[in-house]
Ligand binder design. Structure first.
Ligand code: ZN
Ligand code: ZN
Length: 315
């Protein structure tokens, strides 16, 4: 199983000379199982180029199914979707997987992302067949020969982690999440860091359960792609933003016995030189037991070996 990173950035796109090496597009990761299913995590701006490639290749065939697994609805994970070329080809079936919140219907949520006055055409104008799969917490399902399982994450308005197991490897995508120690982020945005007294026993219990579920999901995975938006200092200043530092990601990866950890959802203010420093420091956290890399836009990574091929044409 391989993965290709089409967008590695959190919050908003920052293409330009200072982010050329790691990439400036927002979250989008393509899973390439050996069995050929087309599976994509999130639809940030990185999905535009992936869409062009699919539209000219696999999706140009008579019938093609694309499965897009959404972590959550924040802009940096959905803003590329209307520009995904296979959506505009009649022969394609696009299956959108996501956890809807409350009783809001999934189709209605996504329709709002492409509607007037924000976008000239709506979902009903897309030529492909679009289907929505509303996922419950800790869902389990198959996409062809790939087994998919989910776990909830600690993020404002919640997010979902996915693990895909194929015949030749496994990958888990955990973006976006805060650690499971300081605060529980629910269906509201908390405007300031809380004091320790704000965490009730019930919150602690919920966080412990969430962490246990996430570690169980990551057990023995070949490649864990994890939100490391912050450095530890940045996290301490803004724990309520709902993101982690490499220290938090490494703790989960080591607990789970993951074979590789890939830093992901890079902060827009971290330029290439900052990223080099962050990865160098993070590697020391692996204690020789964990392969630690950082996601780079355009790279194709073998989940088993962690070996990456940089494909400049994909930038
Ligand atoms: Zn994000
Ligand atoms: Zn988010």
């Amino acid at each position: 199983m391989k993965v290709r990173f089409w967008g590695v950035r959190g919050s908003y796109p920052v293409p330009g000379p200072s982010t050329n090496r790691y990439g400036g597009n927002t979250s989008c990761v393509e899973v390439q199982p050996s069995t050929g299913e087309i599976i994509i995590f999130d639809a940030g701006t990185g999905i535009r180029k992936l869409g062009q490639r699919l539209a000219a290749g696999r999706c140009a065939q008579p019938s093609c199914t694309v499965s897009i697994l959404f972590s959550h609805m924040h802009w940096d994970h959905v803003q590329g979707l209307p520009f995904f070329s296979p959506l505009h080809q009649p022969q394609n079936r696009i299956r959108i997987y996501s956890s809807a919140h409350g009783d809001a219907h999934l189709r209605r949520i996504f329709e709002q992302t492409a509607a007037q006055p924000y976008f000239p055409i709506g979902f009903s104008d897309f030529k492909s067949t679009v289907e929505f799969v509303n996922l419950k917490e800790n869902a389990e399902f198959d996409i062809g020969a790939v087994h998919v399982r989910t776990s909830p994450l600690n993020h404002p308005f919640a997010a979902t982690a996915y693990r895909c197991d194929g015949p030749l490897g496994s990958v888990m995508y955990a973006s976006d999440t805060a650690p499971f120690c300081d605060m529980l982020l629910g269906d509201e945005f908390i405007p300031a860091p809380p004091g320790p007294e704000d965490l009730t026993d019930q919150d602690r219990q919920r966080l412990a359960t969430m962490q246990k579920s996430l570690v169980a999901l990551a057990t023995g995975v070949d490649l864990l792609v994890y939100d490391t938006h912050f450095t530890m200092d940045e996290y301490r200043a803004n724990p309520h933003f709902g993101h982690s530092a490499p220290e938090h990601a490494t703790e989960i990866a080591l607990k789970a016995g993951a074979k590789g950890l890939c830093l992901f959802h890079h902060a827009p203010n971290h330029d290439d030189d900052d990223m080099d420093r962050i990865v160098d420091q993070a590697r020391k956290l692996g204690q020789g037991r964990l392969r630690i890399t950082a996601a780079r836009e355009g790279e194709l990574v073998d989940t088993k070996t962690g070996r990456a091929t940089d494909d400049k044409e994909e930038r």
